[in-house]
Design a protein around this ligand. Structure first.
Ligand SMILES: [Zn+2]
Length: 404
């Protein structure tokens, strides 16, 4: 069997990270989680036809028969910007990340090309999915699957599709799937002020991103997924460079480099280091593309991320720590958090991305971004006017009024 919980970002302040976001009914989840891990993996082992020595079978055969048709149908449109990852995750019984990533690697012909061992690959993907904390409202395996799906959309954009190598695509998809691995559901400043061992280990610099990367490397080595490939250490390094680029506090650094390249029109995608830089930018876009999705999807992500922020704020209050920006539920609303995020982080990045890749997808994303921002602004205005009337209005009520 597996050694349970042999890695992890959990302990801090004597409080177990695993219980941070657990609901009452799932409190004390340690034994349950162990069972779940064993159960889900064994279930896949038993149900997988791939393991009966038929590596060229359609990987979807491993889905439960009941949902097979619907999930399969969805995967036919896996390159669509409207892809509903929440629905896909439900249809795959919470295994969206495994099935999506497996399907994409297969679709790009990467399993065959790099002669990836099916058993090792499945074990790797299941472990990746299991090491995301499904108690986190936002930073969980569904977010990782969503980022992987967005990455796939960007990899198919003409400029990238024409120039990327199969190795670039393999790295891009793996980085997307693992980029938030073992995320504790709190941010770096929180880890620093609570003297978490990860903050000390990574010297308060890109603490989470370093941990996501090293966790991914740990799983690659444990499963020996790339043991047959010659440049195993180079894969690990490049994976790290992609995941570290998702550190939002370094956004300006990447953005100004991107802007300079675009101004001077000197990106040469025949050059491996330029391709790597474009992959970094694509992953950054994929990571924060929620506000560029259609409203029904975008709204759900906004609610989840704010729930996670406010939860951190509640822990900070409880432990009498300074409350982090955006995390105080009394000083912020979903709408105000979203408007700030869109204005200062998302819009500048996607404006440059659209200059680089001037396509229908880029225009679609900017279109949704504008509409979604207008919706949140309308809600915020309504919220403020109600507050002025000394009435309280929840975000949900405001949302309903706006939609009516
Ligand atoms: Zn992320």
């Amino acid at each position: 069997g597996f050694e349970p919980e042999r890695r992890g970002s959990h302990p801090y302040l004597g409080v177990d990270f695993r219980t941070l976001h657990s609901r009452a009914e799932s409190a004390g989840t340690i034994p349950a989680r162990r069972i779940q891990r064993l159960f889900s993996f064994q279930r896949h082992l038993l149900s997988s036809r791939l393991l009966r020595g038929a590596p060229h079978l359609n990987p979807l055969h491993i889905l439960d028969e009941d949902y097979c048709g619907q999930a399969k149908c969805m995967l036919e449109k896996v390159g669509s910007w409207n892809f509903d990852i929440f629905l896909f995750d439900r249809l795959t019984n919470g295994n969206g990340l495994v099935f999506l990533t497996f399907n994409l690697l297969n679709q790009y012909g990467l399993i065959e090309l790099f002669q990836l061992d099916m058993v090792k690959l499945r074990r790797f993907l299941v472990l990746v999915q299991e090491d995301y904390h499904n108690q986190n409202p936002y930073h969980n395996a569904v977010h990782a699957a969503d980022v992987t799906q967005a990455m796939h959309c960007y990899l198919r954009e003409p400029k990238l599709a024409e120039s990327l190598t199969s190795f670039d695509i393999l790295l891009g998809l793996l980085a997307a799937a693992t980029h938030d691995l073992d995320h504790p559901g709190v941010n770096q400043p929180f880890l620093i002020k609570t003297n978490h061992y990860l903050a000390a280990l990574y010297r308060n610099t890109s603490v989470l991103e370093n941990h996501h990367w090293r966790s991914a490397v740990g799983l690659l080595r444990e499963t020996e997924l790339f043991s047959n490939l010659p440049a195993e250490d180079s894969i690990e390094r490049q994976l790290g460079s992609l995941i570290l680029a998702t550190d939002i506090s370094r956004q300006n650094e990447y953005l100004s480099r991107f802007r300079t390249h675009l101004d001077e029109n000197d990106l040469c995608l025949g050059n491996a280091s330029h391709r790597h830089f474009v992959l970094q930018m694509a992953l950054k876009c994929a990571d924060i593309c929620n506000p560029c999705r259609p409203w029904e999807l975008s709204k759900q992500w906004s609610e989840k991320v704010t729930e996670e922020f406010f939860h951190q704020g509640d822990i900070e209050k409880k432990h009498k720590l300074e409350i982090s920006p955006l995390c105080d539920s009394e000083a912020n609303t979903i709408a105000s958090v979203q408007i700030g995020f869109m204005t200062y982080v998302v819009e500048p990045l996607f404006a440059e991305w659209a200059r680089f890749s001037d396509t229908r997808l880029s225009q679609t994303m900017l279109g949704h971004l504008g509409l979604n921002k207008a919706s949140w602004s309308a809600m915020e205005a309504l919220y403020k006017s109600h507050n002025n009337d000394k009435q309280t209005l929840t975000d949900t009520q405001a949302l309903k009024q706006c939609q009516n």
